[in-house]
Design a protein around this ligand. Sequence first.
Ligand SMILES: Cc1ncc(COP(=O)(O)O)c(C=O)c1O
Length: 373
Amino acid sequence: MEEISKFLVPWIDDIQVYSTDDLVLVWADPEIGRMMLNENPLGPSERVTKAVHEAARLGNRYPDNGPRLRGKIGKFYGLGPENVYLGNGSSEMIDNVMRLFVAPGDEVIIPNPAFSLFKVRVTTAGGKPVLVDMKMTAEGGLQYDTEAMLKAITSRTKVFIICTPNNPSGNFIPEEDLIRFLETGIPVFIDEAYLEYHPEQPSNAPLIKQYPDNAMVSHTMSKAFGMAGIRFGYLLASEQMIGYLRKIQLPWSLGLLSLAAGEAAWDEKEEELRKKVEFNRREIGYIWEELSGIEGLHPFYSYGNYILVDPGDTGVKGKDVVDFVFQETKIMIKAYSLPGGRQGFRLSLGNQEQNRSCVGAIKKFFKTRSQTF
Ligand SMILES: Cc1ncc(COP(=O)(O)O)c(C=O)c1O
């Protein structure tokens, strides 16, 4: 028998796996509070579930690639159906873009901290993720280090990843900085996964007309729409770029049920999103204010559905807070590495009661600590 390793892609050992261990735990025990995954605690509407149910009756048929919905989405952004690419969540957009541009040894510049799937999918294509630390701003936020990211360009750089608002730092990139990346001519993947939480903030989609060769804008219904398990994402780009991407994508990667859910959710987005967005704003505001009141703690204000917290000089490690919150409340939150070697934590929204329990446990953790020291 031949040694299997000789058949594997040579970069197999460099491929990082996106851990889904937390998901296995929470599905096995529905009592666990899920505040670690940036899910929406408010699920899909009746209209969406009905559309899925009806589509299931046609489950013997292959889906098309949603030309009617592509038309509706394109129109919303002042673009045409030929500028819209639908897929199985925005994770598929990330993966397809890496497959399109990255050959073994190529580099992708990614801010740090960022959604960890970015680097995972770069390594799957045999590429090298180049992580550039974000910097602290005078106002106490984390912001893209544009100079450092531009300095990181080499002859092997194939893509820049910009997430706005960024997960986990929660802030938008200033438009002038985004333009500087686009002006390099290098493909820029602009991830707007959380943008719908702030409908007053314009999308960067118009940049596609200005930078047709290298601008791509990605969206998902996993976040504000509350459809993470249904899987629906879309990417906006020039017709030529979408043409290249279609060479990469499997023809039926977006299933019939996801497509039906996506269209139903799109058609009712005005009213349904308003409810979800209001809940998010209120609860994020509550959490941010409460955590800001804890001495030494620095929560970063967030335009997404999560808040990243820097334990500052308290000497606390994010993991200790995560473990304490779980023991006290059975709610999972997530430890996060921060630039400068500090260990913070991130919590995403649960329902109203869970948000209060989680905040209560974090307060208790720091109170007990300050009494001990
Ligand atoms: C910035 C960002 N992009 C994309 C995704 C993936 O979303 P989807 O469920 O659409 O694959 C996430 C999920 O957490 C995210 O945080």
